[in-house]
Design a protein around this ligand. Structure first.
Ligand code: HEC
Length: 231
C-alpha cells in the first residue's frame, strides 16, 4: 500500500512538473533554436513509426506508368521544390528557415516506400512545415507526384530539367509554368480519373487560371481612396 501511495505521489509530481514546464516559457520554440536531443528523438521516432504504421494500409497503384510519372514532375516543381529543393535547385527562402528542415526528397525516396511517400504527401506531418496536400488535392493528383519521386534518386540536375521540359502541359500545375491550358491533360487521362475528381480538381485549382493580382490591387486602391474621403 505504501509503495502505491509513493508511486501515485511521483506520478502527480511528474504531471505537475510537466504542466509547470509548459507554462514556464523555458522551452524555446523558435524555429531558429536547435532542438534538444530528447525532443528530437521523441519527435522523429514518433513520426517515423506513425508514418510506417499508416502506410501499411495504403494500396499502391502502378507507378511505372510513364504518363503518370510525367504528370507528377510539374506538380512536384510547383508544390514541393520551394521547401525541399530538387536536383540542382536549392530550397527557396521559405524552405531554408524551416525547423525541422525539409529533407532532400531524392534521399527520402531512396529509403521510404511509395506508400510512405504517399502517406506523408497526402496527410503532411503535424507541427512541422510539411503540409497535408490531401486537403486540396485528391489521390489521383497525389499519386503522380509520388510516382515522380520514385525516379528522383536517379536524376541529376540536367536530367531533372530535361524531365521538366519533356512534361510541358502535363500535371495539375502545368498552368503555373506554361500559361493557360494547364488542365488539358485531364482529357488524356480521363480513363484513369473518375469524373467527380476531375470536377473537383478544376474547382480547387480555379485560382491558378485567374489573373487575380492586378484586380485585387485595384480594388485595394479604390478602398483606400474611399477611406481618405471619409476622413
Ligand atoms: C512549406 C514547406 C514544405 C512544402 C511546400 C513541402 N514540404 Fe515536404 N516536408 C517539409 C518539412 C519541413 C518536412 C520535414 C518534417 C519532419 O522532419 O518531420 C517535410 C517532409 C517530407 C517528407 C518526408 C521525408 C523524410 O525523409 O522523412 C516527404 C515524403 C515530403 N515532405 C514530401 C513532400 C512533397 C511531395 C511535397 C510537394 C507536394 C512537399 N513535401 C512539399 C516541408 C515542406
Amino acid at each position: 500500500m505504501k509503495t502505491l501511495v509513493k508511486l501515485a505521489a511521483v506520478l502527480v509530481i511528474g504531471v505537475v512538473g510537466i504542466i509547470a514546464f509548459a507554462y514556464s516559457g523555458l522551452y524555446d520554440v523558435s524555429a531558429s533554436a536547435p532542438h534538444s536531443g530528447v525532443a528530437d528523438w521523441l519527435l522523429s521516432t514518433t513520426s517515423h513509426a506513425s508514418i510506417e504504421r499508416r502506410a501499411k494500409k495504403i494500396d499502391v497503384p502502378d507507378l511505372s506508368d510513364e504518363s503518370r510519372v510525367r504528370a507528377g514532375v510539374n506538380d512536384f516543381e510547383a508544390m514541393c521544390v520551394g521547401c525541399h529543393g530538387a536536383p540542382g535547385k536549392a530550397p527557396e527562402a521559405m524552405g531554408q528557415g524551416l525547423n525541422p528542415p525539409a529533407p532532400d526528397l531524392a534521399d527520402s525516396a531512396g529509403h521510404m516506400t511509395p506508400a510512405e511517400l504517399f502517406q506523408v504527401t497526402k496527410h503532411g506531418i503535424m507541427m512541422t512545415g510539411m503540409p497535408a496536400w490531401g486537403a486540396t488535392h485528391d489521390d489521383d493528383a497525389i499519386w503522380p507526384v509520388v510516382a515522380f519521386m520514385t525516379r528522383l534518386p536517379s536524376l541529376d540536375a540536367d536530367e531533372y530539367d530535361a524531365f521538366l521540359a519533356s512534361a510541358a502541359g502535363m500535371g495539375h500545375h502545368a498552368a503555373d509554368e506554361h500559361g493557360a491550358g494547364g488542365h488539358s491533360h485531364e482529357s488524356e487521362h480521363a480513363s484513369e480519373q473518375a469524373e467527380t475528381s476531375v470536377e473537383h480538381d478544376h474547382s480547387t485549382h480555379a485560382h491558378d487560371d485567374k489573373p487575380a493580382q492586378p484586380q485585387l490591387d485595384d480594388s485595394h486602391d479604390d478602398h483606400d481612396h474611399d477611406h481618405d474621403h471619409e476622413h
